[in-house]
Design a protein. Structure first.
Length: 171
């Protein structure tokens, strides 16, 4: 995960969570940074870890990115590389936000989870991420949106608080 500085933000930061457990099946390596040089390091590590894998899926989620120039050139190459398939929820919105900042995902290599794994029996126009997680991951996530209060959402800007908040939610 790469995060650019917000408008008029004067501090730089890098926060890293190296072993986020995903239901005991997988480990995620999450990096949130405002420093472009950390992006190149992260992509290098990412390529090395995925090198021998036949299927290379990369999760994409863009909340907001203030345009900052210059942006890391390695990121441009990575996003256009046809070896990787980018996966996101309502990924069209993410692609549009990235395009405004001068980034583009290879248009032939992306999967929109909201479209691909849609519940045919759901009467809603679009499934929410909680709906998909409920079916694909674990029934425990069905009421996940109800358990996240506004205060917990705000606290998630600080990863240590977010981890505590999420662990208390699971109890």
């Amino acid at each position: 995960m790469v995060d650019a500085p917000l408008y008029k933000q004067r501090h730089t930061y890098t926060r890293e969570l190296p072993d986020v457990d995903l239901h005991g099946n997988h480990k995620l390596h999450v990096v949130c940074t405002s420093k472009g040089e950390d992006v190149d390091k992260m992509l290098s590590t990412f390529r090395r870890k995925l090198d021998g894998m036949p299927v290379k899926l990369v999760g994409v989620d863009v909340e907001y990115r203030h345009y900052v120039k210059p942006h890391p050139m390695e990121l441009d190459k990575f996003l256009m590389n046809d070896e990787y398939t980018f996966v996101g929820f309502a990924i069209e919105g993410d692609k549009n936000k990235m395009k405004v900042s001068g980034f583009e995902i290879n248009s032939d290599n992306y999967i929109d989870i909201q479209v691909e794994w849609r519940d045919p029996y759901n009467k809603k126009k679009f499934d929410s991420l909680a709906d998909v997680a409920d079916r694909m991951i674990d029934i425990h996530y069905h009421d996940m949106k109800k358990k996240l209060t506004a205060r917990r959402t705000i606290l998630c800007g600080d990863f240590s608080r977010c981890q505590k908040s999420l662990s208390s939610m699971q109890q």
